[in-house]
Design a protein around this ligand. Structure first.
Ligand code: PLP
Length: 467
């Protein structure tokens, strides 16, 4: 395909790109403005997922971000941070600590979420090694999670479907179930599982506990109950492992706080951030560490040379700085905090009465809808029905981008949708997103209802839960 032949929809056999899914036809996006996208064939689509991946928190076409990037590129866009630091890197680190994360002591910039989480994993390990506790390397994580696609971060998820082909490369970490209404509404079962994992690994071998304080795509808008966080903090105190929060999605305002971890009773030792920091205008992530983590290195080897070519590049940091300035100046984190509960209620009201909808969760502008088998209102839907994919398709047909997942075979979550609009969406735009989404869910629910009643024998009645 040449540029002049740009197609409205691109299929695997028509492109030089290796697509994510070879059986999907990819619409060809051309421009964005605010929360609206335009494809090369002129379709206008409303984006309820901030660039599809919870990234573009300030929307598309933001002049000041484009100008900040251009101005920095005119001065110097890139230099390796082995040789130089730069004003944008220094100012962004200072600003992040001052505005967003006053409890943290230092920042290491990277280029994305997987790099941020993997760097946190390395720093947690280094913390123990520097202090002479060299046996500590294993991580304990929440099984129903996504922390990235590198081998280091893939080993942190317990999701079989993601891990399977790469299993030989993955380190043996331990995983505990999430405390959802289905398994563990109080958080006590997860704490017992944590105790068993600590015992199995031997607490002296455990480096860190990793989780998202509020889950994103893996279990949209889920957060463990208060008792879990208290119990986690007690065990950290007792056994000396570190707590690392993956705030790749939740960091920088998504839940109505600068960091979602602020709302837990377990302040983290390390935090990984990415997505919203660059807001889709630059590839940037970061790891923030507390003083004792920094001090272990400062008093020890005084080196952490591992890193990536684009870490702390002036261009990316200048964009990050402009993003923080815009968020702060426009009071957008506060807007998300104030508007979020209402948005969740509007979403719940619009979906009320649709028999496949079980739960509408939400923290700020990170909302999640979980779907169940309408025959008992409780069990996972038969995976063959591919409800998640059908909802995204129905939404797209109605001109809306949503992000749905179907991790059923991993046992802890069924079909669900993540709803994560840009912080700048107007009330009218939010209302339109909710209306289109509800219509998409209603259409799929009707199809599901017909298919389940027509083919009762093909879809055995629900058994009440996962394996
Ligand atoms: N952690 C979480 C919670 C994520 O949602 C993602 C990506 O979706 C990552 C880590 C990995 O980030 P990236 O895709 O930027 O490497």
């Amino acid at each position: 395909m040449t540029v002049s032949e740009a197609l409205g929809v691109v299929r695997a056999e028509e492109t030089n790109v290796l697509p994510r899914f070879l059986d999907l036809a990819y619409p060809n996006v051309e421009r964005g403005e605010g929360v609206w996208l335009t494809t090369v064939d002129g379709r206008r689509i409303l984006d309820a997922c901030s660039g599809g991946a919870m990234v573009t928190c300030l929307g598309y076409g933001v002049r000041e971000l484009v100008e900040a990037a251009a101005a920095q590129a005119e001065r110097i866009s890139y230099f390796y941070n082995h040789h130089f630091t730069s004003e944008p890197q220094e100012r962004l680190a200072e600003r992040l600590l001052e505005v967003a994360a006053p409890g943290m002591a230092r920042v290491r910039f990277v280029s994305g979420g997987s790099e941020a989480v993997e760097t946190a994993l390395q720093l947690a390990r280094l913390y123990h090694v520097e202090r002479g506790e060299t046996s500590r390397w294993r991580a304990i994580t929440q099984a129903q999670a996504y922390h990235g696609s590198t081998m280091g971060t893939l080993a942190l998820t317990g999701r079989r479907a993601l891990r399977e082909p790469f299993e030989p490369y993955l380190a043996q970490h331990l995983h505990i179930p999430p405390s959802t209404w289905r398994f563990d509404p109080t958080g006590e079962a997860a704490l017992r599982a944590l105790d068993r994992a600590l015992e199995e690994a031997g607490p002296e071998n455990v480096s860190a506990f990793f989780c998202e304080p509020v889950s994103a795509a893996a279990l949209p808008a889920y957060s463990p109950p208060a008792r879990f966080w208290e119990g986690l903090a007690e065990r950290r105190e007792r056994y000396g492992f570190l707590v690392c929060f993956d705030e790749v999605v939740t960091g920088v305002g998504r839940t109505g706080r600068w960091f979602a971890g602020e709302a837990t009773a377990c302040p983290p030792d390390l935090v990984a951030i990415a997505k919203g920091l660059g807001a889709g205008y630059a590839a940037i992530g970061a790891v923030l560490v507390r003083e004792h983590v920094y001090e272990a290195i400062a008093r020890g080897s005084r080196r952490f040379p591992l890193g990536h070519t684009w870490d702390g590049a002036p261009l990316a940091c200048a964009v990050g700085l402009a993003v923080l300035e815009a968020l702060q100046r426009e009071g957008l984190v506060e807007r998300v905090r104030e508007r979020g509960p209402g948005l969740r209620e509007e979403l719940a009201a619009a979906l009320a009465g649709i028999p496949i909808v079980r739960e509408v969760r939400g923290h700020g502008y990170l909302l999640g809808v979980s779907f169940v088998d309408p025959r008992d209102g409780e069990s996972f839907l038969p995976p063959e029905l591919r409800v998640a994919a059908r909802i995204d398709r129905a939404a797209f047909d109605l001109g809306l981008i949503t992000l749905s997942t179907q991790p059923t075979r991993d046992g802890y979550a069924g079909d669900q949708t993540l709803f994560a609009p840009a912080f700048v969406a107007t009330d009218d735009e939010l209302g339109e997103m909710v209306a289109r989404f509800a219509e998409a869910v209603r259409r799929v629910a009707e199809e599901v209802d017909r298919e389940l009643s027509a083919a009762g024998r093909l879809f055995p009645s629900p058994t009440g839960g996962p394996s």
